[in-house]
Design a protein around this ligand. Structure first.
Ligand SMILES: Cc1ncc(COP(=O)(O)O)c(C=O)c1O
Length: 389
């Protein structure tokens, strides 16, 4: 077992450590208040009340009304529900617009639609990972059932201009869904100002528990549930609520909101110093998406002449956790679809590593990483001198 003091965890876009206060808020609902929140007695009402408090906390993080929050099992379910709902609500519309750089929890449902006779447009991005909004507007057709564009990219941290995209969707009268799993808790979201129908959120990306998330459903959106059964979540998501996790998720949302301003500055400072020093110490390195607005915590770096899989093995020996693209891609030989869409060649995409920070990281950890990463890259290049050229 690796002790917490040896671990250098720079993979917060994969998941984060739970905040001790979020964990503490969950404990009573695992140990003591175990009632089914739907039961009629007072013992259950305590659990119901705590779930409603969590709904308020999540709504405050998003700047929306509590009644617009539906608790789910996480980002994947929220994304699938948004797709299902939009398509079921408009059965005559057989077209969907999304981007080529979405997480697999959007890409796979979108690709599955193609096998079921739908047309899907996957919008391309430029070399800094940005979308062309004119092309986005042009892609929307009379029969488009849904526009789905992520708020921030999980691999590069590139942020899309969601307010502008929502305005286009509204003008074209097309329901708009955004996968905000990486944006939630890291950058400000104020849904009161953004005309969108659906937004996906996941607890474990901002120090909440895993296996819990939310789908924001605009109160004016037509909604069709994915899971049918009991009347939970106001008939929008059947199944006995994961009470303790929902409560921990709510607490994590409250903490993220309270700390956001201050932590954005601190985490961005750490990330920027890490990138600056890395580029100074390692020749043939480049930050992917450097020209775009990015999440404050994410750093995707391309190193000439290395294979990220080999780098990950060596970094792992030093107990440094990071990833090549998304965690879901680990072990895959294919280059990242996100970096490929940004025009990186196979070798460039395969030579990229993603480091993602959180408010639990320290400057001392950045110093350790700045020692380890250049050593590992130099070793790898020494092993394959012909490639580095
Ligand atoms: C952008 C994005 N969407 C969706 C997901 C899936 O979320 P969950 O793990 O909660 O299902 C992730 C997780 O990596 C993600 O980064």
């Amino acid at each position: 077992m690796i002790g917490p003091e040896e671990l250098l965890y720079l993979d917060s876009n994969a998941t984060t450590a739970i905040d001790p206060a979020a964990l503490a808020s969950m404990r009573p609902f695992l140990e003591e208040f175990f009632a089914n929140p739907s039961s009629g007695y007072g013992f259950a009402a305590q659990v119901r009340d705590a779930i409603e408090e969590a709904r308020e906390q999540v709504a405050k993080l998003l700047g929306c009304e509590a009644s617009e929050i539906v608790f789910t099992s996480g980002g994947t379910e929220s994304n699938n529900t948004a797709f299902h709902s939009a398509l079921e609500a408009a059965p005559d519309r057989r077209h969907v617009v999304t981007t080529a750089v979405e997480h697999s929890a959007v890409l796979r449902p979108a690709k599955d639609l193609e096998t079921r006779g739908y047309a899907v447009t996957f919008l391309e991005v430029d070399e800094s990972g940005q979308l062309n909004l004119n092309k986005l507007a042009d892609a929307i057709r009379f029969d488009t059932a849904l526009l789905s564009v992520m708020w921030a990219n999980n691999e590069t941290g590139v942020i899309f201009p969601i307010e502008e995209i929502a305005a286009i969707a509204r003008e074209k009268n097309v329901p708009f869904h955004t996968d905000a799993v990486q944006a939630g808790g890291k950058i400000e979201i104020k849904l009161a100002d953004v005309p969108l129908q659906f937004l996906s959120l996941s607890g474990h990306k901002f120090h909440g528990p895993k296996g819990v998330g939310a789908l924001y459903v605009n109160r004016r959106a037509r909604f069709r549930p994915l899971l049918l059964g009991g009347s939970h979540e106001n008939n929008r998501r059947a199944g006995t609520e994961n009470a303790a996790s929902i409560i921990g998720f709510g607490k994590a949302a409250e903490i993220a909101r309270a700390k956001m301003r201050e932590e954005q500055v601190r985490v961005r400072g750490m990330r920027d110093r890490f990138e600056r020093c890395l580029l100074e110490r390692i020749s043939g390195a480049r930050v992917n998406g450097a020209g775009a607005e990015r999440l404050p915590n994410t750093s995707s770096v391309m190193f000439d002449g290395i294979e990220s899989d080999a780098a990950l093995l060596m970094l792992d020996q030093k107990n440094l956790c990071c990833s090549a693209g998304s965690a879901c891609r680990t072990g895959s030989l294919k280059p990242s679809h996100v970096l490929s869409a940004m025009g990186l060649l196979g070798d460039e995409a395969r030579g990229s590593l993603r480091f993602s920070f959180s408010r639990f990281n320290t400057e001392a950890e950045v110093d350790r990483a700045l020692k380890i990463v250049p050593e590992v890259i130099a070793k790898l290049r020494a092993l394959a001198p012909a490639v580095t050229g």
